[in-house]
Design a protein around this ligand. Structure first.
Ligand SMILES: C[S@@+](CC[C@H](N)C(=O)[O-])C[C@H]1O[C@@H](n2cnc3c(N)ncnc32)[C@H](O)[C@@H]1O
Length: 257
């Protein structure tokens, strides 16, 4: 008699982009999966390293082009666990940072399916780091806020305003298309000379970064491809980026001439 496999789910953080930034525990689980459900920002190289006989199902949602709703992902997770056994749900960065992991855990547990979570390197810290920008630095910034700029209804979150009134480094996810509006909002509290960076496709071969001040946000915005995922960092730690000084020199020269 063939024993059917016990359903179980592992939520695994894949890290910020580069395929070698997944944890060893996460990678081991991927290799032992019966099926993998993966998000939009998962590296193709990482998936290629996993046995081709393990089915890999894309369940990404990017910029309103939802191929899957959260409800349908929850259902599929449970369906596949009963059908195949061990489902690895591979998520970008860390599953608990804007990853909707709690909803998936709750849904699966309602069906009595055990869920384990493997942390990942979050893009909120690794992407600025990839450009040499620390989120904290002794004497410069002693804390950081990780936030999304807008709420479900697309209005600016109260946290954005509160963080802008603090001296913390602001790390804003999912805000590329609102870059200019975010900069205008924050500069009301921090001033237009505050350093800002927008990093896209961090830790990948096509990583890009623009740096400047909040007052220059519009001209910086024109240089970027808004369809690419990015992180906005606001605060004095951005002046650690080598390009900030070049830009600063240009600004001083421009004002002097
Ligand atoms: C839904 S959130 C998920 C965050 C993820 N759980 C984490 O811990 O990194 C997706 C957002 O993370 C940011 N992001 C993720 N990977 C990125 C990367 N490699 N480069 C720049 N931004 C990235 C972008 O702001 C993107 O819109």
């Amino acid at each position: 008699m063939i024993k059917s496999k016990k359903p179980r789910i592992s939520l695994v953080g894949a890290g910020p982009g580069s395929s070698d930034l997944i944890t060893r525990r996460g990678f081991k689980l991927l290799q032992s999966a019966d099926v993998i459900l993966y998000d939009a920002l998962i590296s193709k190289e990482l998936l290629c390293e996993i046995d081709e006989n393990i089915p890999k199902i894309y369940v990404g949602k990017r910029c309103n082009k939802h191929s899957y709703t959260q409800d349908s992902i929850n259902k599929l997770l449970v369906e596949k666990a009963f059908e195949c056994g061990h489902v690895v749900r591979l998520k970008g960065g860390d599953p608990f940072v804007f990853g909707r992991a709690s909803e998936e855990i709750e849904y699966a547990e309602n069906f009595g399916i055990p869920v384990t979570v493997v942390p990942g390197v979050t893009s909120a810290i690794a992407v600025p780091q990839s450009q040499g920008i620390p989120v904290t630095k002794r004497g410069v910034s002693s804390s950081f806020w990780v936030m999304t700029a807008t709420k479900k209804d697309n209005s600016f979150s109260e946290d954005l305003k509160l963080a802008a009134q603090s001296s913390a480094t602001m790390v804003i996810l999912m805000g590329v298309r609102k870059f200019d509006a975010i900069a205008k909002n924050v500069s009301k509290y921090r001033g237009e000379a505050t350093p800002v960076a927008l990093i896209q496709n961090g830790t990948l071969k096509n990583e890009t970064c623009v740096v400047g001040t909040l007052g220059e946000a519009m001209s910086l915005y024109r240089k970027v491809d808004v369809t690419q995922p990015g992180i906005i960092i606001i605060g004095n730690v951005v002046s650690e980026h080598p390009a900030f000084f070049e830009e600063e020199l240009q600004r001083v020269l421009h004002d002097y001439m």
